[in-house]
Design a protein around this ligand. Structure first.
Ligand code: NI
Length: 225
């Protein structure tokens, strides 16, 4: 019965257009993994998008407001390809060091920049450097944002080597995991075709964070995973 359902689910997924396939993936039934990309959009984001598209994979991009203003067309491309987007603050600030109104300003100006560039308002945010606390979470609630952290960080910005980054992703990959990478790191973009190929070979469905959460979120003011 379970195998039958799995088979039916995978058939349904492959037979639908890429943009609508995510809704059909049930991560309670199949092995899912969420790749997430922070700090863009940047010069190497299109290469990451290309690798995801070729693999029929979806991901989540946490966008920096200032970067969105500089490359609005790439932000729009992220959304057009069916990926999820999140708020990564306007200036990549360490939020707990700021006053309440400054934190709200970081979040709100980014919501506006993303809305203007993509027509979408994010429901997710990721605090830069993972720096967060209950006050940040309370303020995120006011802006209708759920917090998304990660289960594994590749430290791709430090590795700066495609083979090492691929090895890190494969080591960190686990069912329902959330992997932190950066679409602004050239070696990450270079590693992506090999990463998605190997993850798919290992049976992972590469999904957005909302798909990973299924019906269990995202709820504003809550933190995931
Ligand atoms: Ni960041």
């Amino acid at each position: 019965m379970v195998i039958h359902a799995l088979l039916a689910a995978s058939l349904a997924v492959t037979s639908l257009p890429a943009t609508t396939s995510q809704a059909k993936i049930d991560c309670a039934r199949v092995k899912c993994l969420a790749l997430t990309f922070d700090d863009g959009p940047g010069a190497t984001t299109p290469a990451v998008l290309k690798a995801l598209k070729q693999a029929g994979a979806k991901a989540t991009f946490f966008l920096v407001g200032k970067q969105v203003e500089q490359r609005p067309e790439i932000a729009a491309q992220v959304v057009a390809q069916g990926h999820a987007i999140g708020n990564h603050t306007y200036s990549h600030a360490s939020l707990p060091t700021l006053l309440d109104n400054q934190i709200l300003d970081e979040l709100k100006t980014t919501q506006e920049a993303v809305q203007q560039a993509t027509g979408r308002t994010p429901t997710l945010f990721r605090p830069p450097y993972g720096h967060t606390d209950d006050r940040v979470l309370g303020l995120a609630y006011q802006v209708d944002l759920a917090q998304v952290l990660w289960t594994g960080t590749t430290l791709d910005w430090k590795l700066r080597d495609a083979e090492k980054i691929k090895a890190a992703v494969l080591r960190l990959a686990k069912r329902n995991g959330v992997i932190l990478m950066h679409d602004t790191v050239p070696a990450t973009a270079k590693a992506m075709p090999g990463i998605v190929k190997e993850l798919k070979k290992r049976g992972y469905h590469l999904v957005t964070v909302p798909t990973l959460l299924g019906g269990k979120g995202p709820e504003p003011g809550e933190s995931y995973p």
